[in-house]
Design a protein around this ligand. Structure first.
Ligand code: SAH
Ligand code: SF4
Length: 380
């Protein structure tokens, strides 16, 4: 069976090399070719012996995911839709900012948690992505962007696991992918620049804190169990008190001294003054300035039956939290014109009609093999 080398972290690749009768340090060379130089052909790996390259061709490959579409927003955000087979697709979004380039990565095709306000949740669960499929998103985006922008240095400085899926319900495949992101021979991202976002899978938060404590974002969305049970059904299994305790334990290992709480602002549902005051009581049960709030304006989709909070409501809510000493930011919505904003990632390739309509509305960058792609097509 051919092994997809994107599935392996450096340790896995070292074991693979040993099985081939090669020295472990060959793994470092191979790993750097794949992740730092974006090589997908063994013949391009000029400092590997020809005999090794031939051996590798027989047993291994570097298998990217087919790109279904690529869309560029007027604000510079780029969204890719990748085909993962059986009519399923996942999305990745690149968000350029002055001081950083962030890639939002998917961990599952669909999601089993089924949050009320999330279009991925409404789509149901298809399957977990493999490590290779998680890493292929970063591998493709990084090397595609370098070619397009004609840059030799790193383009993607931050990764957020905030695309489709609940990363902590795909822990086995997520963990090696995180290790590839952090590895100095891989993407060399610091633990602060890789964020796992979770709806609150408590046991896996503990596992992550021990195995690979990257930055953590927790999707809170409600200040009490009654409301959170309705918005984030996983709360029935892991209620708020357990979630708060898990956050406290995570902080003992976290690369930052705070947890980010994401809070999707839903008109008349969770955005009243009393909700803000209840949130303050919830976090004050634990000492210190240990969390930050990120208020996300809800990105509506028809089936949700929910509405976005009015901007002045978001401002008032934010001021109440800030006045209590809780650092609070309001997330700027990016890539709305290409349905790339939080919670709009649906990635259903079966839904051809919608895809075609969307293409007509959007600026679609023609997909070309990226070694021939022209820089000009990236300008909004
Ligand atoms: N499953 C993980 C990560 C993916 S969702 C999680 O839930 O944390 C990434 C973020 O987008 C989460 O904070 C999620 O609550 C938010 N989100 C989902 N749907 C949204 C929508 N329609 N509008 C705004 N934010 C949304
Ligand atoms: Fe899944 Fe996160 Fe969407 Fe909830 S918000 S359904 S956990 S992807």
């Amino acid at each position: 069976m051919t092994v997809n080398l994107l599935d392996l972290d450096l340790e896995g690749l070292a074991v693979f090399c040993e099985r081939l009768g090669e020295k472990r340090f060959r793994a470092v060379q191979l790993f750097r070719w794949i992740h730092q130089k974006g090589a997908s052909q063994f013949d391009d790996m000029s400092d590997l012996a020809k005999s090794l390259r031939e051996k590798l061709k027989g047993v291994a490959c570097i298998q990217p995911m087919p790109v279904v579409s690529q869309n560029l927003s007027t604000d510079g955000t780029i969204k890719w839709l990748f085909d993962v087979g059986d009519g399923n697709a996942v999305e990745s979004v690149f968000i350029p900012e002055d001081d950083r380039g962030t890639l939002c990565v998917s961990s599952q095709a669909g999601c089993a948690v089924g949050c009320r306000f999330c279009s991925t949740g409404h789509q149901g669960f298809s399957r977990n992505l493999t490590t290779g499929e998680i890493i292929a998103q970063l591998w493709f985006a990084e090397h595609f962007l370098r070619k397009h922008l004609k840059r030799d240095d790193r383009v993607i400085s931050n990764v957020v696991m905030m695309g489709m899926g609940e990363p902590l319900q795909n822990y086995t495949e997520l963990l090696p992918a995180l290790r590839v992101m952090l590895d100095d021979h891989g993407y060399g991202l610091s633990r602060r620049r890789v964020t796992v976002s979770t709806s609150g899978v408590v046991p896996m938060m503990d596992r992550l804190s021990l195995d690979c404590p990257v930055a953590l974002a927790v999707s809170l969305h409600a200040p009490n169990d009654l409301l959170r049970n309705q918005l984030v059904p996983l709360n029935l299994k892991y209620p708020l008190v357990e979630l708060m305790e898990a956050c406290q334990r995570y902080l003992l290992h976290a690369p930052r001294d705070f947890i980010t709480f994401e809070y999707c602002m839903l008109d008349g549902v969770n955005d009243l003054d009393e909700h803000a005051h209840e949130l303050i009581r919830l976090v004050r049960a634990y000492p210190g300035a240990w969390c930050k709030f990120n208020l996300i304006p809800f990105n509506p989709f028809p089936a949700s039956g929910l509405h976005r909070s009015k901007p002045d409501r978001v401002m008032v809510f934010s001021r109440i939290l800030s006045a209590a000493g809780i650092t609070t930011t309001v997330r700027k919505t990016r890539g709305e014109d290409i349905d790339a904003a939080c919670g709009q990632l649906a990635g259903d390739v079966k839904d051809r009609t919608r895809a075609v309509e969307r293409m007509a509305r959007q600026r679609t960058i023609p997909i070309q093999p990226f070694r021939h792609a022209a820089t000009t097509t990236l300008k909004a």
